[in-house]
Structures are given as structure tokens and as C-alpha cells.
Design a protein around this ligand. Sequence first.
Ligand SMILES: Nc1ncnc2c1ncn2[C@@H]1O[C@H](COP(=O)(O)OP(=O)(O)OP(=O)(O)O)[C@@H](O)[C@H]1O
Length: 755
Amino acid sequence: MPSEFEHPDFQQETQRLEFTKRYIDVVIKTSESSKDKFQENMKEAFEDVDWLESSLSYSSLLTNARFFEMSKDELKQLKKARKKPYFARIDFLREDLNEKEILYIGKTSLYSRENQEQIIVDWRSPIANLYYEGRLGEVQYHSYEESFTGHLSLKRQYMIEDGILDEIRDIDLTTTDELLQESLSKSSSNRLTEIISTIQEEQNKIIRADLNKPIIVQGAAGSGKTTIALHRISYFIYQYKENFAPEQLMILAPSRLFIDYISEALPELGVERVRQTTFQEYVLACLGEDLKMADDSKLVNLLEDHGSEEVNLAAWASSIKGSPVFQTILTNYLKEIYNSFCPSDDFMVDKFRLFSHKKFFQLFLEDYNYLPLYRRLEKLKAVLQNDLAKKKKNIIKKIETYYDERIERALNRGKDPEKRRQYVSDALDKKAARLEELKKSFRTAVPKYMKQFPKKSLIRYYKDLFEDSNRLSRLSGGKLPLKDADLLCEYCRKLFRKKVYEREDLALMLYLQESLFGIPKELKAKNIVIDEAQDYSFMELLSLKKSLDTDMFTLVGDLAQGIHSYRGLTSWQEVLDFIFPRATYTELQKSYRTTVEIMEKANELLKLLPYSFPEVEPVVRHGKSPEFIKRENGHRLVQQLEEQVISLKKEDYKTFAVIGKTMKDCLLIHGLFKKHAKLPFKLLQEQESIPKDEIVIVPSYLAKGLEFDGVIILSLEEEFSIKSELDIKLLYVAMTRPLHRLYFYGMERNNFIIG
Ligand SMILES: Nc1ncnc2c1ncn2[C@@H]1O[C@H](COP(=O)(O)OP(=O)(O)OP(=O)(O)O)[C@@H](O)[C@H]1O
């Protein structure tokens, strides 16, 4: 007899599953047809069953049965849930209640329409935390401000495939989690999936960590950072569904390729409506400018031509533009710009002083300091206009009175009638002319006054910053020596002459844009998740925080994979100290992706890095050790690689990558594949989507974050042999991509540092 039938509750659980599925069907059917048909649909669905327990008896199902509205989203989730309505159950007796609660945990919740009991509890609900955290015995969970204590007597997992119950397992923390092992031993689909049934305790802590605080996660390769970040968004949306729309959240991924990679997990988690973009795309949208961006080729240049002065200068410029020095420079620069908006004169109409320049500047600097510069000007323009409108009548009156009095006096003085007549007539003309002039002034005074303020574009302001190296050095408060300022200005001006900008310029432009012109409201996300955060510079993170006006960030990254560290971060401390002081900082050391054998080999590389990275602990799953294979040339090499893939396919592995160090090597092997390959293949570029059934050829730096069942690291003309930090990190990235198998194909072992 199959083992699943050995569980004493198997029959009962099968019926429970059947009940749930039928109930879901009724709810779906009712919501799609007429809401009054709920009772009728119930009758139809349950008439033939004799297995309903007394609590769920047929007649009780029908009494008081009412239908409640469901939102489109809820209905969509429920339809998806039908194949696997839940994955676990917990039995919990709350201290203050008499009856044990039996809770089935699934991706989405389902309430009984009769008594509001939960048929399925959402995995994100407070009580479901007991499944992820609680050991059997005395436990506690928190719901909103309250905490509940009680006894957890059962944790049960279900293997349900296509709506059929295959297996039941009762677990507690002392048993090894077979479900996790099973899920990890599966082959990869080239896409990230949800892991709600196997979320581990330390991961759960991050997913559910205080949602009102930023969080920084330093996690080893394959520790589930991306996965957890997506689950945290899902958790956030669930907790704050009343307050936030998913569109107000944003995921910043390293490339379009990466967005495609995570896209499969998003609908599963109900977070597909979250804005998904890259840093560059986002900033360009904020700037509203169609800037020509230079290829982000610094990394490649550093790899291919690391000795050259030009390449080193470019990397140096990146590091400076990304560093905190620019926070000082921009703060001082903005101060200068603001001060240049102090008007030299008071606002006058005719001879009347309506607004002193001092008051104007005080409003500009202080009262409206919550607005970007040019919005303050708009506001002040409106203030002047209002003020003028209010005082208009009075001014006219004053002028009229002035002339009328003079005329009056002239009439009364009365010596020479002719002279008097002339005088009065002149005065009347003057009055008319002045009033005419005044009318004109009323129309033109404000625009004329506002004209004195410079109207420059963001790009102009940005370029101006690099016009004068003396000033740049002065703005840095001495932190950027004149010699360096000279170099940097020259470097930038050269780029600007070509009308090209680099990624490193974007952070600084964003900073200025926010202070000078503001960011469109619809782009102001309220909660931001950044994956591969180690590749962001200090200024990029700071500008994002400033322009979005929130510190609600989830940053996940791994410094050991910081291949952009020439511009990126080398420690989280600076970020914690100066950008996100409220952040919770956590580390994940366990890796779920790969086998013990592969991880041990990759750990050898970590020891070569100049920082002390703790060794990554693989979850115990064994496989074959990584293998070095002497490669052939030309068509024989293609044949060799194809044979390797075919033999892996025979072992039921499905996704494969050939990883070269740079695009140059990848293009070479791609050329050979084009000529000789029999199996389908694809060269991955930044904007591509990842194919499911083709051998993927990808340079190491683009493979970051991705995973494949089998990985072949190939060295053709390029070797991973210089023990530079960058080479080590790139090889580390490549070596941590496989789930199951890793091969090094090269001419000799030392093509691969630790080969
Ligand atoms: N609790 C878990 N249960 C099942 N699978 C898991 C779990 N945690 C992580 N995984 C799997 O481990 C793999 C690595 O996860 P993920 O890509 O999120 O890691 P990462 O830390 O972002 O990796 P990298 O640093 O390489 O970008 C994925 O296949 C993911 O599904």
C-alpha cells in the first residue's frame, strides 16, 4: 500500500479537501452568476455527499447561508487556489478559549459564508505565523496590538497536486523538513517561484519584520534574498490592503532581464501590480528627460582593459560621484542656488511697495521650504498676485484721491480762470494716464518681478556644477582636493560634449531634480524594495530616499557579489549610519540554492577576498562535486558542451547555462554554437527574457541573481585567473548559480583561480 494511506487521517483529510474545493466552486459560481443563487449552488454541490462532519452538516450549511461580495482580486486568487487550496494545517488551543482551532493555511483566505469561520487562513495572517515559527507546545502569536498564548498540538503539511491529496506529513522542528528538501531537489524552471510552504524561520523573521521600519539584509548567494523580498511585499500588501494600493510599491531590479526572471513569482504572490523597474528607468522617468545614456560598460572595460588609464579614470570618477562627498557638494550647491534667488528689490507697483524683498525671501527660504525651488516660485508668484489683487482697489483709490485733491485745491485757489482750467485739464490727463499705466502694471508687475529669477533646466544646473573645478572643490568643503576636482570636471565635460550621461550622473541629477523641480506625484512610491542593493552607490540610495520622501526601503544584497564595487558599496555600515538609521539589519548565512559540494568550493573563493565574509552554510543537500574538464576547440567544443547538457538532461535536469567571464567570450562561444550546435541556445543580453528550453549563454555579471540546474563555466580567451577582487567576485557569482551541477571547462585548472 502507498505510504500516504498509512496516515490515519488520510481519508478525513481527503474529504476535507473535497469539501474545500466544492465550496470554492460554489463561491466562484455564485459570484459569477447571481448572488441570490448561493443556496441553490450549495445544494447542488453538496447534495450527493454523506461525509460531511456534523459541524459542517448539509442542513447547517444551508441555514443562514448568505453570499458576500468578493473583489475581483479575491476571486482571481481563489480561482488559482482551487488546485491547491492549502499546504498546511495547525491545531491550536488558545489559553482563553475552550475549543481547539483547526486552521488550514493557504495562499489566500476563504471564509465560510454561513458562520464567518475561516475555511482557509491566509499564510500572511498573524496566526499563520505559528506554522512558520512555532514549535509544538506552548506558543504565542501577535495580532495587531494583542498577543495570544496557547498550545500548538499539530503542524501538518499536505502534498496536493492538481487538487488531489498525495501525502500528509506531521512535523515539528525536531524532524528534518522533508518538504524543503524535496522542494530544493526539484529542477529549476528558470524562474523564481513562491516558497510559502517552506519559508524558513530566519526568512520568516525578515518577511514579517516591522513593516514600519526599513530593513537591510546581507544574505549569502542563494539564501533566498530575492524570494524573501517578494514575499515581504506580498505580506505588506496584505497587512496594509486598506491603506496602500500595490501600485504605490516599487521593486528596483538590476535589469529588465531580472524583472523577467522574477515575473513568474509575482502573480503567485498577488503582487504583480507593484511597479517593477530599474534604477535607470525610474530616474529617467522622474527627470522627464530623454537623456542619452552611455553604455554601462565600465565593468566590462575594467575586466578587459584594467590596466588602461582611461578605464581607471572612469572607475575613479564613478566612485567619487557615488560617494558621500557629493552629498556635501550638492547640499552646498543647492544653498548657493537658493541664495541666488534673493531678489534685489522690493515688489513695487507704481510708487507703492507691496512686498519687501526680505519678506519675499523669507517665505522662499523658510515658509515654503517643504517645496522644491521652482514650486516655491510658483507659490510666491501666486502670493504676489493675490496680494496685488487685494490692494488694487486701494492703490487706485489713493491715486485718484491724490489727483482729485490737487484738482480740488486748484479750483479753490482760483486766480486766473484760464490757468485754472489748464491746470485742472492737465491734472485730469495726468490722472487718466497714470491710471492707464497702473492698469498695465497690474497685469505686468508680477511677471516682470518674477523674471529676475533664473530659469534653467535641470541639465543646465547639472552641467554648471562641473564648469569650474575651483568652485567644485570649494563646494566640497575641502573634501575634494582641487587636483581631483580638475580631473573630475574635465572627465564630465568631455562626456557632456558628447551629450552623453552615465549611470552615476543619474543619482546626482535625481537629487537636484527633487530639490529644484520636484518629482511627479505618481512616481513617488511609498515602499521600495531594492534587490542586488550592494551594487548601488551611497548617493544612489541617498537620492532615492530623499526624492521618494520615505525611508520605507527593503534592501537585500550580498557584498561578496558586489561586482560593481568600484561604484557600489563595500560595507552596509555607511548606509545604516547615514541613510537608514532606523533600519533593522539582518544577515542570512544559509544558502538554499545549491549543494554542499558546490557551496564548499565557492566558499574557498570567499576566503580570498580582502574582507572577512563568514562562510556560507548550504542546507544539507548533497550532489556531485564540481568538475574541471579540459575543453576542446571549435566544433569539438560545442559537441563536448552539448554532450554534457544531454547527459544532464538524462538525469532530468532542465535548465542550463554556459557562463563566460565577459560578453567577449560569450560572443565567441555563441558564434561557435551558431555554426555547429544541434541543441537550441540563446545569448542573453540585458534586455532579454530568459528562454525556458534553450541553453543560455550569459556573461558572469549578467548571471547575477539567476539560477540554473546545471552550469558550465567556460574559459575561452578570458580566464578567471587574476586574483583581483573583481575576478574573484565574478567567479563567485558564476559558481553560485547552479542548483545541482557545476563544471569548469577550460584549458587548465588554473584558468579558474581555485580550479
Ligand atoms: N525556504 C525556501 N524554500 C524553498 N526554496 C527556497 C527557500 N529559500 C530559498 N529557496 C530557493 O533558493 C533559491 C535561491 O533563492 P533566491 O534567488 O531568492 O536567493 P538570493 O539570495 O536572491 O540569491 P542571489 O544572491 O544569488 O541573488 C531559489 O530557487 C529559491 O526558490
